[in-house]
Design a protein around this ligand. Structure first.
Ligand code: DGY
Length: 320
């Protein structure tokens, strides 16, 4: 029996490759780097299915090159890298990996919040530089977390998991989304407020929205000015949700106290000036990067891909 031809755009956890290899002829890009648009166009030709990542731009040109392919299985919950409408018009299924990275991503938002509030990275650098001479009453003073007000923008799965974890710190939770979410309120005790109220009252603001035209630059100069001077902004969603240039300015001028960022407007670049600031902690988009979660994401993507090749509707299909 001829096996389906599948292309995997970058090395991914082995259990997913093993699952695919049982039923398909699998080629994996052996290099741990993002393929150029031209390379991607060449590689998708003649495949029945493509296992892709959030770093692969799947536009109409790539979809046309993949003529005959049934599916692009994205190993990410976000799928803003894919022109879903163009795929739908061409009868190609698009899948994502929701649910399995919820807790890891929420944990990372907390890790960034703690790192910024308690100045962990600055302190670590100070120690390594041999600067620590004695305990100091004013050494690395940060922001108290317990009992403070948490502002959550985006009350979906990840926003809910993030806010639920605030219970242990006895926090008041405010949240904003396009509409109130009873499930979020039941799980977190959070109170729905408009975005400006949240920005004015929260000590920590964490973003958990997908990247959509309506969420592009959701946080810009105006919003940053509304925030407390002692506030911290956390972004583990998508970089363009924040106007990064305005953020650098706000951090420099002390409009807000600090920021923890796992995502950037033009990854892998950072806005000029960001890397020089001590009041920001930056990470290379690793919120879902635990072994458990990445294996779960990869095997979910593989299951979606195989379902589509069998002619079934994949469980996590995002085409309308
Ligand atoms: C996603 O899945 O969309 C994250 O950004 C990476 O895990």
């Amino acid at each position: 029996m001829t096996k389906w031809k599948v292309y995997v755009t970058r090395p991914v956890p082995q259990p997913a490759i093993d699952m695919l290899a049982e039923h398909c002829e699998v080629e994996v890009n052996p290099e741990d780097r993002v393929l150029s648009h031209e390379e991607l166009i060449e590689k998708v030709k003649g495949r029945d299915g493509i296992f892709c990542l959030l770093t692969d731009i799947i536009d109409a040109e790539v979809l046309d090159a993949a003529k005959g392919a049934k599916v692009f299985a994205n190993m990410a919950v976000g799928f803003n890298n894919i022109d879903v409408q163009a795929a739908t018009e061409r009868g190609i299924l698009i899948t994502n990996t929701p649910g399995v990275l919820t807790e890891a991503t929420a944990d990372m938002a907390w890790a960034l919040l703690f790192a910024v509030a308690r100045r962990i990275v600055e302190a670590d650098k100070y120690m390594r530089a041999g600067k620590y001479k004695a305990w100091g009453p004013l050494l690395f003073l940060g922001q108290e977390i317990t009992g403070k007000t948490l502002g959550v923008i985006g009350a979906g799965r990840i926003g809910t998991a993030f806010a639920r974890k605030a219970k242990g710190f006895n926090m008041r939770v405010l949240y904003n989304d396009v509409e109130p979410n009873p499930q979020f309120e039941a799980e977190t005790g959070g109170v729905f407020v408009d975005k400006d109220t949240l920005l004015r009252e929260a000590d920590f603001v964490s973003l958990h929205v997908p990247l959509l035209p309506s969420t592009y630059h959701l946080i810009g100069e105006r919003e940053l000015k509304l925030m407390k001077k002692t506030a911290i902004l956390i972004n583990t969603s998508r970089g363009p949700v924040v106007d990064e240039k305005a953020l650098v300015q706000a951090l420099k001028e002390g409009e807000i106290w600090g920021a923890g960022l796992d995502v950037f407007e033009n990854e892998p670049e950072m806005a000029p000036g960001l890397a020089e600031l001590d009041n920001v902690v930056v990470c290379p988009h690793i919120a879902s990067a635990t072994w458990d979660t990445r294996i779960a994401m990869a095997t979910m993507a593989a299951r979606n891909l195989l379902a589509a090749l069998r002619g079934e509707l994949p469980p996590q299909c995002v085409n309308p």
